[in-house]
Write a protein that binds this ligand. Structure first.
Ligand code: GLN
Length: 192
């Protein structure tokens, strides 16, 4: 069973993707909801709001602990929350050793969709990626060597994997293509 953090943002569409893959899923609003979950999705939305709510509902420490043992999949704001972000408004869970800049793809292009190539299971697969006020992963040259970059856009990493965790700067739940969700489920199932 996969948990989907449901404090704010695009959690419902992730649930639909998992339904399509016949994977049991539960919306997470309290830390006890995590009991029995094999993995967690942190959706896109507004990271400042989600960060605040994670603290308000005592989810910050429990998700951090969950992520030490189990896989977490973060998309857009979810990736920001998985990073080492540390500001007045957002404290990252530090599940991924990356720094990010928020809303970093320019102000007039707030949202765009592009065909990208993803390098998974030793194959290059096409995917339609939608970026909505997307973050950028900083300092790519210093990215941890144990971190795998699965996709690039304009020479910048947009999808990464570290152990059981994956994260995308784009929204993979928007175009009915379950490729990335399926990949996450495979990681989780292999490590059960
Ligand atoms: N710009 C948002 C943030 O910083 C992320 C946008 C998104 O998740 N689509 O939280």
């Amino acid at each position: 069973m996969i948990g989907i953090l449901a404090l704010q943002g695009n959690y419902q569409m992730h649930s639909q993707m998992l339904d399509k893959l016949n994977e049991k899923n539960i919306l997470i609003k309290n830390s006890s909801d995590l009991d029995g979950c094999d993995g967690l999705i942190i959706p896109g939305g507004e990271s400042t709001v989600m960060s605040k709510m994670m603290h308000k509902y005592d989810l910050f420490d429990s998700i951090k602990k969950f992520g030490k043992e189990k896989g977490v999949f973060g998309t857009c704001a979810g990736l920001i929350l998985m990073s080492n972000y540390d500001s007045e408004n957002i404290i990252g869970l530090d599940l991924l050793n990356i720094s990010v800049s928020r809303n970093a793809w320019g102000s007039q292009i707030n949202s765009f969709t592009n065909k990208i190539n993803i390098d998974i299971d030793n194959k290059i697969k096409n995917f339609e990626a939608t970026f909505i006020r997307a973050p950028r992963i900083k300092r790519t040259d210093k990215i941890d060597r144990s971190m795998r970059i699965l996709a690039y856009f304009k020479d910048e990493p947009i999808m990464i994997q570290h152990g059981l965790h994956i994260a995308t700067t784009f929204h993979p739940e928007m175009h009915n293509d379950t490729l990335i969700h399926e990949y996450f489920l495979n990681i989780i199932n292999e490590n059960k």
